[in-house]
Design a protein around this ligand. Structure first.
Ligand code: ADP
Ligand code: TYD
Length: 214
């Protein structure tokens, strides 16, 4: 008997935009609808992802080209890993929510590295797996930095106003570039947590309605 493939939903946004908060709520909502849901993130906790986290925290240092290549390598492992890779989960019928995916590398790394090269690095990943939708939680960098300062874990590398402003602008350039080929949903992240969760559910509930159900 063939298993219906899971759905793949990606959250995007600048640091501190509220992705983790909303991913937890969406996962709960999906499970309440009797679907199996796995949440994951990039950088991953795998071999390359751990190296990236050391760089983000300032415990290790490398140049921005190497970082771009590492993000692409971490993504391939995330997709292809035999044990818990994205393709395996989706093929088992498990839906997956990822905190960040390809658009993060395009938006963050293209600030310092040519976008064309970043896209070339990710072409294999794009060919293997594209999301059903990208949910972008939009928030002003000042608000994001205020939230980050209020105490959650922080990574030093990109969490400054100049970089986050550039990254946000690049996300919007990308949305124009991909408007006909990718399903991108932009959500106002300055609303309260419940309203944001409602807006997200309105856009993704269609994937979690059982045919023939109530
Ligand atoms: P991200 O995963 O995108 O970095 P988080 O979900 O960790 O973002 O949120 C960053 C901080 O902002 C957390 O302290 C969280 O509690 C808070 N937060 C999240 N969403 C909202 C919101 N809509 N309004 C106010 N604070 C929020
Ligand atoms: P993280 O602590 O997960 O931050 P957040 O919760 O805000 O997502 O750190 C991820 C950092 O890595 C964040 O600054 C964005 C950056 N990043 C890239 O620069 N390129 C990428 O491809 C990915 C996946 C993340």
């Amino acid at each position: 008997m063939s298993v219906t493939k899971g759905h793949f939903i990606v959250f995007e946004g600048i640091d501190g935009s509220g992705k983790t908060t909303q991913i937890n709520l969406l996962k709960k909502h999906i499970e309440e609808n009797n679907f199996i849901c796995h949440d994951t993130k990039e950088p991953t906790d795998g071999l390359v992802g751990s190296l990236l986290r050391q760089c983000l925290a300032g415990k290790a240092q490398t140049d921005e080209m190497t970082l771009a290549a590492l993000f692409a390598a971490d993504r391939l492992d995330h997709i292809l890993n035999d044990k818990d890779g994205l393709l395996k989960k989706l093929e088992e019928g498990i839906s997956v929510i990822s905190d960040r995916y390809i658009l993060s590398t395009y938006a963050y790394q293209s600030v310092r590295v040519p976008l064309k090269w970043v896209m070339d690095l990710n072409s294999m990943a794009v060919g293997k797996l594209r999301p059903d939708c990208h949910i972008f939680i939009d928030i002003d960098p000042d608000i994001a930095l205020e939230r980050i300062a209020k105490g959650r874990k922080s990574n030093e590398l990109f969490e400054n106003k100049k970089r986050l402003t550039e990254v946000r602008n690049r996300y919007f350039d990308l949305f124009k570039q991909f408007k006909d080929t990718e399903n991108i949903i932009i959500i106002n992240g300055t609303q309260n947590i419940e309203k944001i969760a409602d807006d997200i559910w309105k856009n993704v509930s269609k994937y979690f309605i059982i045919e023939g159900g109530e």
